[in-house]
Design a protein around this ligand. Structure first.
Ligand code: F6P
Length: 370
């Protein structure tokens, strides 16, 4: 019988984390009379038994707040925990410690709110006998098995409003404005904010772009009397035959930080065409701040339904949005692959019909764009 549960936020934050926590705590206390603990700083808290009791007081007014009241980290993977030995970083398996700490604290079940990496860890803990339920989180919206992760809607609102602002200054100065957005493997943020912001080109990881096409497209727009252009680039976009641009990579420590493609694209266009270019890297602005009402509602539903799964003894599952319903999906299936943009999907076709260039070919001159 379940008496005490814990909730954990792991990996990069996403707007809506606090709404999930609130949903879990309210349902756990009011519907099931459980004691609900929070794990501080994700995997780090599991390994140091940093648990905090969550009551109605702790969750008051948190649904509208960005970040997470529990703290989070990318570096607390108990199966590959980085330690320094003789000046070298090596990864060690500390999962038995994490499981023992949960048992010692009398925690009967764990709700893990995570992205692909965090949910893979959750599944591995479940294989070791921990009663785990997962909640899909990431602004990138790249989790397979759910129609939408919470955090994505807020991220695209932020990116769209930035594009709207950049559009007016781009037009005033007759410039090519390049906006780099997040999306390491999937181009959902670039695609949605790009269409919403009526941009001229969108570069995403799923469609390799050609340097000559990007330059020629910008040139043609300029020669055709369009005296400014807006280009959205996902951080994971790469040229045909080329690699993604990294800011930092440390394989041993499991670090792979993307960024820089926006500058490369702008520099190339400037060099080849002589057009004046500017770059804006939105970065973590997309992850911060208050969640949209859509994300608050979705995150709350995820939290409440995750608590119900615990009560139903349905472990090693993740709550997922399918159409209008929240349904359970096995964690193994949910983490088996990423949800990438299909280059032939309807939304890409819509964008191409609008004349948006994806960098693989110059759009048909018949497509009318403003
Ligand atoms: O996974 C979400 C994400 O926003 C990625 O798009 C991005 O590459 C990454 O987080 C950056 O995370 P951090 O700066 O926390 O390492």
């Amino acid at each position: 019988m379940i008496k005490r549960i814990a909730v954990l936020t792991g990996g990069g934050d996403a707007p809506g984390l606090n709404a999930v926590i609130r949903g879990v705590v309210k349902t756990g206390i009011s519907t099931y009379n459980w004691e609900v603990l929070g794990v501080r700083d994700g995997g780090e808290g599991l390994l140091s038994s940093d648990f905090v009791l969550l009551g109605h007081h702790e969750i008051r007014n948190i649904a509208s707040q960005g970040g997470t009241i529990l703290g989070t980290t990318n570096r607390g993977n108990p199966f590959a925990y980085p330690i320094k030995e003789d000046g070298q970083v090596k990864l060690v398996d500390r999962s038995l410690e994490a499981v023992a700490n949960l048992r010692r604290a009398g925690i009967d079940a764990l709700i893990c709110i995570g992205g692909d990496g965090g949910l893979k860890i959750a599944h591995r803990l479940a294989m070791m006998g921990v009663k785990v339920v997962g909640v899909p989180k990431t602004i990138d919206n790249d989790l397979w098995a759910t129609d939408q992760t919470f955090g994505f809607d807020t991220a695209i609102q932020t990116a769209t409003s930035a594009i709207d602002r950049l559009s007016t200054t781009a037009e005033a100065h007759h410039r090519v404005m390049v906006v780099e957005v997040m999306g390491r493997d999937a181009g959902w943020i670039a695609l949605h904010s790009g269409i919403a912001g009526s941009v001229n080109a969108i570069l995403i990881p799923e469609i390799a772009f050609r340097w000559d096409v990007i330059a020629q497209f910008s040139q043609q727009r300029s020669e055709g009397g369009k005296n400014f252009s807006l280009i959205v680039v996902a951080e994971g976009a790469r040229p045909s035959g080329g690699e993604v641009i990294l800011q930092e990579e440390d394989e041993t420590a499991g670090i792979r930080r993307l960024g820089g493609i926006g500058h490369r694209v702008a520099d190339y266009i400037a060099l080849q065409t002589g057009l004046e270019t500017r770059v804006t890297v939105l970065g973590h602005v997309q992850r911060g701040g208050t969640p949209t009402s859509y994300d608050r509602v979705l995150a709350t539903r995820y939290g409440v339904e995750a608590a119900h799964l615990v009560a139903e003894n349905k472990f090693d599952y993740m709550v997922a949005l399918r159409g209008t319903q929240i349904v359970p999906v096995p964690l193994a299936e949910a983490t088996s692959r990423l949800k990438l943009v299909d280059p032939d999907c309807e939304i890409i076709r819509v964008a191409r019909d609008l004349g948006i260039c994806f960098g693989d070919a110059i759009p048909s001159p018949l497509a009318v764009r403003t």
